[in-house]
Design a binder for this molecule. Structure first.
Ligand SMILES: NC(=O)N[C@@H](CC(=O)O)C(=O)O
Ligand SMILES: [Zn+2]
Ligand SMILES: [Zn+2]
Length: 346
């Protein structure tokens, strides 16, 4: 029996498109289903100024296939040298929709990130004044802190102090992976939201480590215990408008994933909407999928919802997604949930 679900065209509030050949190869995977995406600025070198964000936006649009519509929502990479006036001008022109905080060394291409949070105080104050959201990679980098605790410690040591010191600053906790993060979001009555990835709704740390190491499940923040995955599922499917989809689809070639020191990132752009339909149905919450993927994000960012719709269809036979996307740099493996998926986007 075929079942179908039509929802407002979704957006992706946390996406890595990279640049050059990789950008050209992965952009259609997102633009096929999503109307817009918040584009992460962690290129090499990073997208720091408004001028750089404008040039990157042009490069994205120049490789968008002619039969697709897609709006890249640009972000700036926060450094200790970021100029508050440049940020304000990039926001005022409509180009930039958020500023991204990477603690230096926390993740892929974060070397130019922030070490001394006092140095970015003037930028944060300007952002609070003009209503420009801060997106955070919320992990401390202190070598003494266990990697599985780095998100929870970030909330206590960095995020909450920043928010207390900067009233009115709007923050999106990106790719949350713990019950602690979901609870923190729920405990705050304004100016705070969180994105949740597709893969963190599906895998826990056992999937990475049991029965042999699975590099394609390795991303940052690393997946945590099962109780945290369950807490994320509860948050995503609850209808609470503070939680919305940010896939963190992060393409790396297989050559860069499958080596002694492999890159962090799961590539989920291709099958995210099908996987989410599976997950939300499993939790008896298909009616909440549209809020999570298509409504809560625009509401947080103060943007209209997308005009179009997509239809998800459930078939009797499992749908075979491509295992890899070919790029001139080499293949990129598509996230494999490890179970048959009967949903697909019509
Ligand atoms: N999530 C990841 O594991 N990787 C991201 C960086 C990030 O979002 O932290 C990437 O750029 O590859
Ligand atoms: Zn991150
Ligand atoms: Zn990311």
């Amino acid at each position: 029996m075929t079942q179908s679900l039509t929802i407002t065209r979704p957006d992706d509030w946390h996406l890595h498109l990279r640049d050059g050949d990789m950008l050209r190869a992965v952009l259609p995977e997102t633009a096929r289903h999503f109307g817009r995406a918040i584009i992460m600025p962690n290129l090499v070198p990073p997208v720091v100024t408004g001028e750089q964000a404008g040039a990157y936006r042009d490069r994205i649009l120049s490789v968008l296939p002619g039969d697709m519509t897609f709006e890249p929502l640009m972000t700036l990479y926060l450094t200790e040298d970021t100029d508050p006036e440049d940020v304000a001008a990039a926001h005022a022109s409509g180009l930039v929709k958020a500023v991204k905080l990477y603690p230096a060394g926390a993740t892929t291409n974060s070397a130019s990130g922030v070490r001394d949070f006092d140095k970015v105080r003037p930028v944060l104050e300007k952002m609070a004044e003009i209503g420009l959201p801060l997106c955070t990679h919320g992990e401390v980098t202190d070598p003494d802190i266990d990697i599985f605790d780095r998100e929870a410690v970030f909330i206590d040591r960095v995020l909450d102090p920043i928010r207390q010191a900067t009233p009115g600053l709007r923050v999106v906790m990106e790719h949350i992976t713990t019950r602690n993060a979901a609870d923190y979001v729920r405990s705050q009555d304004k100016d705070l939201g969180a994105t949740i990835t597709t893969h963190h709704l599906i895998i826990n740390r056992n999937h990475i480590l049991v029965g042999g190491i699975k590099p394609h499940y390795y991303c940052l923040p690393v997946a945590k215990r099962e109780e945290h995955r369950i807490a994320l599922r509860a948050a995503a499917t609850s209808g609470d408008h503070r939680f919305f989809l940010g896939t963190d689809s992060a393409p790396h070639t297989d050559a860069n994933k499958l080596q002694a020191c492999g890159c962090a990132g799961c590539f989920t752009a291709t099958n995210t909407m099908a996987l989410l339909a599976h997950v939300f149905e499993e939790d008896g919450a298909l009616d909440q999928l549209e809020g999570f993927a298509s409504k809560n994000g625009p509401a947080f960012y103060g943007l209209p919802e997308n005009p179009g719709q997509i239809t998800l269809v459930k078939q009797d036979a499992p749908f075979a997604f491509p295992e890899q996307i070919d790029t001139p740099d080499g293949p990129v493996t598509v996230f494999d949930p490890g179970f048959p998926v009967h949903w697909t986007v019509a």
